[in-house]
Design a protein around this ligand. Sequence first.
Ligand code: MRU
Length: 347
Amino acid sequence: MPEQTVRWVGGLDGRMEVIDQTLLPVELRFIHCRTVEQVREAIKVLRVRGAPAIGVAAAMGVVVAVQDASDDEREVLERVGHAAECLATSRPTAVNLFWAIDRMKRIAQECRGKGGRAIKEALLKEARAIRDEDAAMGRHIGDHGQHLVKEGCGVLTHCNAGSLATAEYGTALAPLYRAHELGRRFHVYADETRPLLQGARLTMWELQQAGIDCTLICDNTAAVVMRERKVNLALVGADRIAANGDTANKIGTYGVAVLAKHHGIPFYVAAPSSTFDLAIASGDQIPIEERGAEEVTHGFGRQTAPAGAKVYCPAFDVTPAELIAGIITERGLIEKPDKKTIAKMLK
Ligand code: MRU
């Protein structure tokens, strides 16, 4: 497996490091995040990305924010408040971000009265717990989903929902890693994933490192590999899942789900419970991030559209629950996801 994409090295006087994913696949470099503003920037420009990894990074960002504070309790609590506000404005769609920030704020409040040093230590412990829990969730998702990856099958995935997007093992890629560990042979088709090419740059890199047989396709080749019967399963991650199962994931996922339906191919989502937002009834309420035009007109520094071209660039889309055969969580597989089956699994 590739190295941990977000890590805390040492104790309270230690350091937060992330793989700068904007440099992959050409260069594997860790960067040291010294301030909460740097953590926010790393999330915003996708140095660290993928819903669970964003949550882990935000949790560690709160620790970074209090590291050099005095042991005065009021100062520490103020820093936590500021860090929470700053990080919450980094990216709007992945609910794991807000879930992790809320956990960190709650821990700080629970430690009120114990002094600044105790709060700082509790925050580091909580950030580490969020990381470790996510790593464990990936393993469990792998266990619960591996049976879908049958000997000799073809799997299509979109974006990157592997170890680079999580604490360790991945969500959509976890069943693939597990099936591979079990000695099963299968083939993965990775959608390139325009405009930022997470599939080409990250999923292909990860799968190659793991020794999994994979082929890169342009997003607009997905229909053809389905019609040619090269694919028997579509498996993607999620950034936020509403109470009824509607799922936000990388732009283009909805198209994959529609194609899969047309070709009679089961379409599965893999996500930990931290990606569910039961406070919202349906996908209509999921905030969808819109990104800058230059990501489309000047992908990776080269102009590919005429100056002044109007651009619409939502970073995510919502796949309606009725197109989803199942959601693989760390607690088990939710078949035919809807309000009832989801509530039952997550209760
Ligand atoms: O914009 P990104 O690269 O953060 O988008 C990531 C995705 O859409 C992933 O599929 C999702 O976060 C699941 S990651 C386990």
